[in-house]
Ligand binder design. Structure first.
Ligand code: SF4
Length: 330
């Protein structure tokens, strides 16, 4: 792991959630059921060190949704355990929480324990969609909490969901634009997956909730990825991480184990489409690390253009930083 960024992930499932949001089953998403204690935080950090993680590249991440809404003593216990490892040179502490569980008192605590990044689950910036999905907060709460997190100097991350009950692509685009306008450094985009034992699952089974088609969601998320990255915001997650628990407990919705790769390929496809013009054969250079994204899974992009009568060649360039350049030589 030398030189590589490492993350010690601690899941705090559902504790602190005022109620259950329509789509959420943290146990299925995280595979965790029990509440971690200080000794679990220490044990996870020690395991990371034993496996070769360098402290200066290692971050402790409390995930699970509602960190700042958990009982205060319990929050102090977990933060205290994490701070020990900050003092041993760890890079930072990240946590995710609800926008309505952010205020100055809690941010003062996070600051005093050395927290570096705060992620807020915005999910949507439509109050109607937030209400239908029983989030229990408004878009204004997201705006207020985001401003406060930035004022305190934390790295701000915002999470949004695509295809929630009551949403539609235009509303998801609007949410993305309002989230971008809040100026986060990082974002996560989660297409909605329908899990068993959730309100969304019931709505799906009764026919009241119809998820987007997967291909439409990939196309939309490719567009959102473009918008976020063009605004200088790093999309650190796109799609629910692939997991056996999710695959076992899902009823339907927008899940694919390679969701991000499919979106990245779609993004290149759209960009190439816009650059081809009337050419029947053309070549493009891309950064070498993006070669497989530009070609697509199983050369899907090359085959797509071939089916339209256009031969596309992708040339990797290790020195190129620009996303794609149309070659003049073909
Ligand atoms: S989405 Fe977040 S706030 Fe809602 S129930 Fe799940 S963990 Fe709690």
């Amino acid at each position: 792991m030398t030189g590589k960024r490492a993350s010690v992930a601690i899941f705090v499932p559902h504790i602190g959630c005022p109620h259950r949001c329509s789509f959420c089953d943290q146990r299925a998403i995280t595979g965790e059921n029990s509440a971690p204690r200080a000794c679990d935080v220490a044990a996870a950090c020690e395991r990371a060190l034993e496996s070769g993680a360098e402290p200066k590249n290692t971050e402790i991440a409390f995930f699970g949704g509602s960190f700042t809404a958990i009982p205060r003593d319990y929050m102090l216990e977990l933060l205290g355990a994490a701070r020990v490892y900050l003092e041993r040179g760890f890079r930072g502490i990240r946590l995710s929480t609800r926008p309505d569980a952010v205020d100055r008192e809690r941010l003062d605590i996070l600051k005093s324990f050395g927290v570096t990044s705060v992620e807020l689950g915005a999910q949507s910036m439509s109050d109607r969609v937030l209400g239908l999905n029983e989030r229990g907060h408004t878009a204004e709460d997201v705006e207020r909490a985001s401003e406060l997190v930035k004022e305190y100097g934390f790295t701000l991350g915002l999470q949004m969901m695509v295809g929630l009950y009551g949403s539609m692509p235009e509303l998801d685009r609007m949410s993305a634009e309002r989230i971008i306008a809040l100026g986060p450094q990082e974002a996560r985009i989660y297409p909605t997956v329908i899990l068993k034992n959730t309100r969304l699952g019931e709505l799906f089974q009764s026919g009241e909730y119809l998820p987007y088609r997967l291909n439409d969601a990939i196309s939309l998320c490719a567009e959102l990825l473009d918008r976020f990255e063009s605004a200088g915001i790093s999309v650190i997650k796109l799609g629910l991480h692939s997991s056996k628990d999710v695959e076992r407990d899902m009823l339907g919705g927008l899940y694919h184990p390679s969701f991000r790769e499919l979106c990245e390929a779609e993004r290149y496809k759209k960009r190439i489409e816009g650059l081809i013009g009337d050419d029947k054969a053309c070549a493009f250079t891309v950064p070498s690390r993006n070669l497989s994204k530009a070609i697509g899974q199983n050369k899907s992009n090359i085959e797509y253009f071939r089916s339209k009568g256009v031969e596309v060649k992708i040339i990797p360039d290790p020195d190129q930083s620009e996303y794609i350049i149309k070659s003049q030589t073909e």
